[in-house]
Ligand binder design. Structure first.
Ligand SMILES: [Fe+2]
Length: 180
């Protein structure tokens, strides 16, 4: 069985994302820069929303208090599209939520075995469930669905925050005992 350790971790103890954000993700305007320069790096990007009302949630306020500048955005992956293999430059980990199931669409991690062969592992998203996502592990998104768009809520933490730290935080914090 393939296993890339520490690629992702579903936060099964948290409530699911509220349905109101599903509507927002599907109706909000998206931006697609072909190439964007940020912090001195040339960054190619997929469609992103640039704003999101989830930034006003208790969840985001708690993350900001604990980790510093933390932002939420939606990403969209259009029908019959492929977002190429990459590791994120501007962050080491994220918290992602698949907005809803789209048949024939998938996020995959890989690890190199030989020059031309890799192990792969699908990110086991459950719709509206929060997942810690290790963006430093190479990953890609394939949406082979011919008509449906795949949407992800993605929360970006400061680059200094690593997957293990985020995992430990969610394993021990009482910040969300009263909800998100
Ligand atoms: Fe990425």
């Amino acid at each position: 069985m393939l296993n890339i350790p520490n690629a992702f971790l579903p936060l099964t103890h948290l409530p699911l994302l509220d349905m109101s954000y599903v509507d927002e993700a599907k109706t909000i305007n998206y931006i697609k820069p072909e190439i964007e320069k940020r912090d001195g790096y040339m960054v190619t990007q997929n469609y992103y929303s640039g704003s999101c009302s989830f930034n006003q949630s208790t969840f985001m306020k708690k993350l900001n208090q604990r980790f510093g500048a933390t932002t939420a955005d939606y990403l969209k992956f259009t029908p019959c599209s492929y977002y190429h293999w990459h590791a994120d430059i501007l962050r080491n980990c994220a918290i992602n939520v698949l907005i809803e199931e789209v048949p024939d669409s998938v996020t995959i991690f890989k690890e190199q075995i030989t020059r031309l062969s890799f192990n792969t592992m699908v990110c086991d998203y459950v719709p509206r469930q929060f997942v810690i996502f290790n963006t430093s592990v190479p990953h890609c998104v394939i949406n082979s669905n011919k008509t449906k768009t795949r949407h992800i809520l993605t929360i970006t933490l400061p680059k200094a925050v690593k997957f293990e730290e985020l995992k430990d935080y969610f394993a021990t914090t009482s910040d969300f005992d009263d909800g998100i």
